[in-house]
Design a binder for this molecule. Structure first.
Ligand SMILES: *[C@@H]1O[C@H](CO)[C@@H](O)[C@H](O)[C@H]1NC(C)=O
Length: 178
């Protein structure tokens, strides 16, 4: 199974050459959107910046980057036991069609703690607006960073769950530099 997966990866890497489009304006900037409507948490805004405040694009993955999420819990009750699962996809050409194809993340991004952000604990998350700063050190997921290329856009999908049920889902698309 493993060798089949690696072969697929090589195949996908080669096939990319003919896919030269600019999905959702990712040649210029990060693109965000909610993946589902009607969920309990609405994401109002998303921002990415480095420790020195800069937000140069493509995103420099050789330095820690902070993801600021401004969210509204539209429900009537606080949300506890929040977990985040992330998946990563690449924009690539498969048999002449450009689309988002998942890449392996080695279980590194499953069921992450969604309550604690540095010294801030947001759980239980009350109804109304909550702003969190999640500082991500790419070195902690180096195995994933190593397989990313600077020539194609990536999409990360974040699924937030509370007590096992999805409360919001957001996607971010962008290019990286390293
Ligand atoms: C969060 O978003 C809400 C709704 O757009 C806005 O009113 C509020 O000022 C924002 N808060 C912060 C700290 O950015």
């Amino acid at each position: 199974m493993r060798s089949v997966a690696i072969l697929m990866l090589v195949f996908v890497t080669r096939a990319y050459a003919s896919c030269d489009s600019d999905p959702d304006g990712t040649n210029e900037q990060v693109f965000f959107q909610s993946c589902k409507s009607g969920e309990t948490i609405v994401v109002n805004s998303v921002a990415l910046f480095h420790d020195d405040g800069s937000n140069n694009y493509p995103i420099d993955v050789t330095h820690p980057v902070t993801l600021r999420l401004n969210m509204t819990n539209t429900g009537k009750t606080p949300l506890d036991k929040i977990t985040i699962s992330a998946s990563v996809a690449r924009y690539t050409d498969i048999f002449g069609i450009c689309s988002w194809i998942g890449i392996p993340t080695f279980d590194l991004l499953d069921n992450l703690d969604g309550c604690n952000y540095g010294s801030t604990n947001i759980c239980p998350m009350p109804p109304g607006v909550t702003v969190v700063n999640d500082r991500i050190d790419p070195a902690s997921v180096q195995a994933i960073i190593n397989i990313l290329s600077t020539s194609e856009p990536y999409r990360i999908t974040l699924s937030f769950k509370s007590g096992g049920a999805e409360v919001t889902c957001v996607t971010a698309e962008g290019k990286i530099s390293k």
